[in-house]
Design a protein around this ligand. Sequence first.
Ligand code: URP
Ligand code: ZN
Ligand code: ZN
Length: 464
Amino acid sequence: MSLLIKNGRIITAVDDYKADIFIEKETVTQIGIGLSVQADTVIDAGGKLVIPGGIDPHTHLDMPFGGTTSADDFETGTRAAAHGGTTCVIDFAIQNKGQSTLAALETWHNKASGKTAIDYAFHMIVTDMEDSRLWEMRKLADEGITSYKLFMAYPGVFYVDDGTLFRAMRKAGEDGTLVCMHAENGIVIDEIVKRAVQEGKTEPKWHSLTRPTRMEAEGVHRAIAIAEVARVPVYIVHLSSYDALEQVNIARSRGVYAYAETCPQYLFLDYSYYEKPNFEGAKYVMTPALREKWNQDELWRGLKFGDLSSIATDHCPFCFKDQKELGRDSFTKIPNGAPGVENRMSLVYNGGVVQKRISLNKFVELTSTNAARLFGLFPRKGTIAVGSDADIVIFNPDRKETISINNKITHNMNVDYSTYEGTEVQGISETVISRGKVVIKDCQYVGRKGDGQFVKRGLFTGLH
Ligand code: URP
Ligand code: ZN
Ligand code: ZN
């Protein structure tokens, strides 16, 4: 099978030029002006942008959490991701307390294998790490799991103490891997939550009001300090506030290997969404919580100047009916998480490039290239180059669509609401090629369950 993409404007993190791309089987084999090659399929990308497939380094598919399971599994979630121009997700396998991380990995392989529309990889959520188990971390790296997520939040669920953090971090550093951190002081937050509930403050908005940004900043500061001593690079996931960003900024200006991602929800949504009537605020219950709107400009500044390296979704959907409903009588029982894997590229293009906050190259860097570099996928993924996987999006920069659960161009996630309902975006992923195969053609899914493969990731090499 060969494929020729003609006349497109190729944008990578550093390039911007018009050329043709020739793909043989799964790989880009030629790029040039006016290529004269015979191809089985020819796509005319005139007037369109040709960009590397998006990489979403933070999704939770088929994830048991909050007494239920996230509504998208590896089939529906990756199909929706493909619709939105994402060709690789890095999901989170979860070690149950006391369980071997290798057994946990097997469980997640079983959930995903043969089901996905696009390629996928795993981080490992570590919930305990005794000395006797440390050897598993090297084995995981050999299996292509080269990053771990540790939690300072959710005591009694995923939370680990600082000793465990340090132990796991030191080993991760020795092995050349990366630690991802959910950085919020969950112990203090739980005390604030307890008092709020005692006082009868149970509506969804109290989810946010019990989680001060200072406790996120404290977590970020502590995570980076411990990582520095453990000599491991650290990546703060779903950073939501200026207070937290400031800590990343201070550390980086001291030369510490600290990186961070933010998510569209923190760039486009804010605290006021919790005040929606009829329990609708529950749709936005996620952790960290949505912040005061003024934080958004600071996050954009962090993206523009590099203290925030990537934009992930933290896609963790729960249906409003039946799942979010579990917390009708108290916000503490609302499953934490929200959908978004499908809308990331359009939202960031619209809010970033169209609204002149970031350049086209930066758009690619934040939605694909930096995630590939940080998580051991580059240059196989995250760019358009000879020898790279043919993960390519033909992106219409002018087309406008309104995000809605009723619009099949924008909503294929298996969840009964959209956090961006009614938002018009300019910039749509029209054709999506995953390892050389067209899986989305003119916004229609034409792929098959199982097209995607597990990708073994390499060790941490930084953003150089
Ligand atoms: O609310 C969220 N973010 N749910 C997913 C779990 C996590 O902390 O990433
Ligand atoms: Zn988290
Ligand atoms: Zn998450």
